[in-house]
Write a protein that binds this ligand. Structure first.
Ligand code: GLN
Ligand code: ZN
Length: 766
């Protein structure tokens, strides 16, 4: 029988149960025992779902209260002394590393957290010491959880992050200089011990994730696979069989590593993202090695096309035989919501195209059955699936000929402004009349409890559209008056009408749908609920013009309109998988282009198109895919902004500042002004702009908006002084790092007042 496997299951539970329990524990509302019990309940529930569906390889140790990489650091004793010295209860020490702790005389910041590959999940980076000692926990979590499942009659396949990936994804702790990969030989005995304990507990198989194999690897990291798997793969009867799993990319460029893995039982590859790697990987397998074929998408919410998936698996079976192929999810299902069954308001036609974690578990089983017993064994499922696939492909809801026609008519000229920057900036300066060191904000002002309350009342139908509109108008008026009092130069309307910077636009575009409970873990207890793009995108009516126009009408100061850019709308949604993302970006760009032109007509002289997600969409490896992404992403931004006259000033905003290898993309946007998060990383960023002789205007953030702390005028002056070492005073804007929506009014007023004073100080000096 062809085996079926799931690489990991989402741990939040059906109704974000884990989030609720964890936050209640942090807030002192439930006890440690209650939290641990809730974790146990969720694990059991998730195993049972997979068992009932008939999955043969069910994962364990995929659960974590905060992050699975952090859990592994604790398991191995990779705990910096600043946390261990307090002798906290293990779970509190773990949370202290994940999110910092300031309580009862303990005061430690969190460890660094970064994006997990190109997903929206974030992991806590292992922080190693120069003299790191690895020590397996006395009561290892993977063994505990394996036993837990076993008690319930379910034999699972524990998941570990492999030694090479664990080290390569880590870093030297602050003040340390160790290159983590140099610690490999010290770390391996811990794995050997752990694998032996798992085997003794009854685990026949263990999944070892080595996702770094999809990266371009430094020679040293690449060379580490051989010693690592010569050791782990040759433990024989003392250890379980190993499946080395890779995902989110292909391993063709690292295929010469495979011989070093010939001792392991099976190799898992992502055939959703990179189906073309199949032949190369199959050819590189050892004579008895098994292929785990990831054909059910762990990263997106679309129903699997059974016919296409079965063809992929059959192609592998043809070469390897049924005993040497496992049907699997492409990656862990951590990145998709729990179950479609929770969605009560979706249009049934569209809902029929979706599949979340619970549904994907069944898909893996159906495919395995189809290739084991033949299609007649699952005839009903295949037929229903073919119908659904057909409906999606031909539905009027997905295909809009007008959108396609508009895309076909896009010309290269539409991506370019009328004149070069030097000409534009002259006209803009005359038109907008800006002083030296102009001050502005990024768009949002505090989203107060009152705003959320009114929005809720409106959504529930308890106040009328007129009442809600009036409330928003009053908010805008107040925000504009506050800015005038503060003496800011380019004003904003404050974005009070926006629930979220992507959802707000999605709700006003065709081709988008929204869920009620489809949450996905982003980090720790934080979850996001990405909208879903299912069809061709167009803008039936203006989306932001009413609010911006009103703001223009009540002030004589220049007004800035804010829009979320095409790439950010795309990246922070579940995209379609039936047309290329570049096509979806272009559709979004055309919709936004209309909005930009309408804003200009409404008297908005400065238009900012936010692209905080531009960089995170960058493909993981250098090369043609990355170059292609930059080309279409930049084109989408330009297409959305280039429809205005020279005198209208286009801004863009980025909440990060790692521009070193990305600078040419930023430059290619041709935005008149960039505002960039900078207060935590000053000089590096500024040096890049200086070195490249960046010709246009920039506003590096002068203060961090993530903290309620009020920066003094002096502090901001010092930052500006530092900027002036690198940047031309004529090109410098003064603004905060990002929007102010999470801040309170009091600190916002005080901080902005200091910001304006600091700008005035330099204005007099130059
Ligand atoms: N204009 C948005 C705001 O001010 C930008 C948010 C962001 O960059 N994340 O909130
Ligand atoms: Zn931002």
């Amino acid at each position: 029988m062809v085996q079926s496997s799931v690489l990991g299951f989402p741990r939040m539970g059906k109704l974000r149960d884990l989030k609720k329990a964890t936050e209640s524990y942090w807030g002192g509302k439930i006890s440690r025992e209650e939290l641990l019990a809730e974790g146990k309940r969720l694990r059991l529930e998730h195993w049972k779902i997979q068992k009932a569906a008939g999955v043969t390889q069910i994962p364990s140790n995929d659960f974590a209260f905060y992050d699975q990489v952090l859990a592994q650091s604790q398991l191995f004793g990779v705990i910096p002394e600043r946390y261990s010295k307090y002798n906290l209860d293990p779970i509190d020490e773990y949370f202290a590393m994940g999110r910092g702790l300031q309580k009862d005389g303990v005061d430690v910041p969190a460890l660094e957290m970064v994006k997990w590959f190109d997903s929206n999940y974030h992991y806590v980076k292992p922080a190693l010491q120069d003299n790191q000692v690895f020590k397996l926990d006395a009561n290892p979590k993977p063994v505990v959880e394996f036993n837990e499942a076993k008690e319930a009659g379910i034999i699972t396949r524990p998941v570990l992050l492999g030694p090479v990936s664990y080290l390569a994804l880590g870093k030297a702790d602050r003040g340390q200089t160790v290159d983590p990969i140099d610690k490999l030989s010290d770390l391996l005995p811990v794995y050997v011990d752990l694998l032996a304990q798992l085997k003794a507990a009854g685990a026949e198989d263990v999944q070892i994730d080595e996702p770094v194999l999809v990266f371009d690897l430094p020679a040293k990291v690449k060379a580490a696979f051989k010693p690592a798997y010569e050791k782990l793969g040759s433990l024989g009867a003392k250890a379980p069989r190993l499946t080395v799993a890779t995902y989110f990319g292909d391993i063709v460029h690292n295929i010469d590593v495979l011989p070093a893995l010939h001792n392991v039982h099976s190799i898992h590859v992502d055939l959703v993202r990179n189906p073309e790697q199949l032949d190369t990987v199959v050819a590189a397998l050892g004579p008895n090695q098994v292929l785990s074929a990831g054909v059910v998408d762990g990263r997106n919410i679309w129903k699997t096309n059974y016919k296409a998936a079965i063809e992929k698996v059959e192609a592998a079976i043809q070469k390897l035989g049924k005993d040497r192929v496992i049907v699997a999810t492409s990656s862990s299902l951590l990145h998709v919501p729990h179950t479609l069954a929770s969605e009560k308001k979706l249009d049934p036609e569209v809902a029929d195209w979706f599949s979340f974690a619970v549904e994907k578990v069944s898909e893996v089983v159906v495919i395995a059955k189809a290739v084991t017993e033949g299609p007649t064994a699952v005839a009903a499922e295949l037929e229903a699936n073919a119908k659904s696939v057909q409906s999606r492909a031909t539905s009027k809801r997905t295909n809009d000929p007008d959108v396609k026609a508009r895309q076909a008519a896009v010309t290269p000229e539409m991506h370019n402004r009328l004149s070069p920057f030097e000409t534009r900036i002259q006209k803009q300066t005359d038109h907008i009349k800006l002083p030296l060191f102009p001050t502005t904000t990024i768009g949002s002002f505090p989203q107060t409890g009152e705003i959320r309350k009114q929005r809720n009342l409106f959504t529930k139908g308890e106040i009328t559209a007129e009442q809600y509109d009036q409330f928003i108008k009053d908010e805008i008026k107040m925000v504009v008056e506050e800015q005038e009092k503060l003496g800011l130069d380019v004003l904003v309307h404050g974005e009070p009408e926006r629930n979220d910077m992507v959802q707000y636009f999605g709700e006003r575009l065709t081709g988008y749908t929204f869920t009620e409970k489809a949450w996905v873990q982003s980090y720790g207890s934080r979850c996001v609920r990405p909208p879903i793009i299912y069809g061709d995108i167009s803008r039936p009516a203006p989306m932001t013009v009413k609010e911006s126009q009103y703001a223009v009408s009540i002030s004589s100061k220049p007004m800035k309109g804010m829009l979320t850019g095409p790439i950010t709308c795309l990246r922070w949604s579940f995209p379609r998988d039936d047309i290329h993302q570049s096509q979806q970006a272009q559709q979004l760009a055309l919709a936004l282009r209309d909005e930009v032109i309408d804003l200009e007509k409404a008297g908005v002289s400065v238009i900012q198109v936010d692209e905080p997600a531009l960089r995170e969409g960058l493909p993981l490896r250098k090369g043609s895919e990355r170059d292609a992404y930059i080309k279409w992403a930049v084109d989408a931004f330009k297409l959305s902004t280039a429809g205005v006259t020279d005198a209208t000033q286009v801004h863009s905003h980025f909440c990060y500042s790692e521009f070193q290898d990305f600078f040419y993309a930023i430059e290619a946007l041709d935005a008149d002004v960039l505002s960039i998060e900078n207060s935590k990383s000053d000089a590096k960023l500024l040096e890049v702009f200086k070195a490249k002789d960046y010709p246009r205007h920039i506003g590096p953030g002068v203060y961090d908006i993530h903290s309620p702390r009020i920066p003094s005028e002096q502090e901001m002056k010092e930052r500006i002084e530092q900027m002036l070492v690198h940047l031309d005073p004529k090109k410098l804007w003064i603004n905060p790092d990002c929007g102010l929506k999470t801040r309170g009014w009091e600190e916002t007023r005080a901080s902005l007042s200091n910001l304006v004073s600091a700008a005035k100080f330099f204005r007099e000096r130059y």
